[in-house]
Design a protein around this ligand. Structure first.
Ligand code: MRU
Length: 390
């Protein structure tokens, strides 16, 4: 993606110093474009948990580079493998819902086990981190090609008048290494000369829609309008949405989709109004072991201050303001699960399919073997919603 005309990925190695990873600190967007240097695996864990980087694909790539930094740090230690396992556990504990995080850490640990010396492990870790990042960018590019066909068909039906697409949170370039998942078909359609307009859900409490999606659509020249989170149903009732296109942090092999809190309500409104609801994802966001999204997917619960405060910039000053009574408790569930029955289709790097186990496995036959039944849910890595009443 281009930022003011210069091509960027969201994560890369520092030119001239491959012991440093650089990221875009997304907390400052859209007001400032800040590049942050990450020199240790612990700093990468902090960057993930405090959301300097976020979004399923980027979290996975960041974890991949975090493990490379861990290999650099531990290479001379006598307890190298133990230290790598500890760094992996810390990275995994930062955010529990996006499966890409654990997937990338485990991939690194398996790959590094092939090396016998510290030096070998470093080389393997760097290769693997680069491969995870490159695969993520390439998967998103391919998702763009496959999703473009959906937009093209709607555009044809509408005689070339703008296709109105509603999206939630940021499943864009900033949530991956490049292109984005939900935004990739939008960019592809825009680049192909189709008229598109995007309704951008603000996505409280962290406002990834209004801060990040709106910014990146603007950088690409895509027409868009920011809406408050509760607006989508009204727009759908009035025929102002042709397609809902979202990303996912974890999708079960049966097609249940975990995504940013509020996605489920959009899916319900879409079903009630016969608006197609598509989910775009690279295969790294499938959890091949899970079958029941509602029962098994760990839902992150973040601090209540994210709900009770809003933040922004006045000139060069970052300000936080309270938007709720000081003494009222607040709950902050980060994600929800949209059951497969509400999903019109999935868009992956290998093509499109229905949100059913049969159709998903037909696209990814290497995962055809069913996971053991009645296995206990995977122990959640981070802070997980208690689902209590407040
Ligand atoms: O809490 P975030 O900003 O990491 O959540 C991101 C989302 O929910 C995106 O929609 C999601 O990651 C899907 S696309 C990567």
């Amino acid at each position: 993606m281009n930022v003011n005309g210069t091509h960027y990925r969201t994560i890369w190695l520092r030119a001239g110093d491959s012991r440093i990873v650089e990221i875009i600190d997304q907390r400052a967007l859209p007001h400032r474009f800040v590049i942050e240097k990450i020199a240790t695996s612990a700093a990468m864990s902090t960057a993930i948990s405090e959301m300097h980087v976020r979004g399923a694909g980027l979290i996975g790539a960041a974890a991949g580079y975090g493990m490379y930094l861990a290999a650099l740090e531990a290479s001379r230690s006598r307890t190298l493998d133990k230290r790598l396992a500890e760094s992996g556990a810390l990275l995994k504990s930062t955010r529990p819902t996006a499966v890409n995080l654990a997937w990338a850490v485990d991939r690194q640990l398996v790959a590094m086990a092939q090396g016998s010396t510290g030096k070998e492990k470093i080389v393997i870790a760097l290769e693997t981190a680069n491969r995870i990042a490159d695969e993520d960018a390439e998967a998103c590019r391919a998702i763009g090609d496959h999703g473009l066909e959906i937009i093209r068909a709607i555009s044809r039906q509408k005689g070339g008048t703008p296709v109105n697409i509603l999206t939630h949170c940021n499943a864009g370039w900033l949530a991956f290494v490049d292109h984005g998942s939900a935004t990739a078909p939008i960019y592809a359609a825009h680049d192909a000369g189709l008229a598109v307009h995007v309704w951008v859900d603000e996505t409280r409490p962290r406002s990834q829609g209004s801060k990040l999606t709106a910014w990146e659509l603007g950088q690409h020249g895509v027409r868009h309008t920011i809406i408050a989170d509760n607006t989508g149903g009204h727009l759908m009732q009035h025929g102002m949405v042709d397609l809902v296109l979202v990303g996912t942090d974890r999708t079960t092999r049966t097609g249940d989709v975990a995504n940013k809190i509020g996605t489920y309500l959009k899916a319900l409104a879409a079903r009630d109004n016969r608006v197609p609801f598509h989910v775009a994802l690279p295969s790294s966001s499938f959890d091949w072991k899970m079958r029941d999204g509602l029962r098994e997917i760990p839902i992150e619960e973040r601090g209540s201050e994210e709900v009770k405060f809003a933040d922004g910039w006045r000139g060069r000053r970052h300000l936080e303001v309270r938007v709720a009574p000081q003494d009222s408790p607040a709950a902050n569930y980060g994600f929800d699960v949209t059951p497969a029955r509400l999903v019109t289709g999935l868009i992956t790097e290998r093509g499109r399919c229905r949100a059913t186990e049969k159709a998903i496995v037909a696209l990814f036959p290497e995962h055809a073997r069913k996971p053991a039944r009645n296995r206990r849910p995977v122990a959640p890595a981070g802070r997980v919603a208690k689902l209590s009443c407040h």
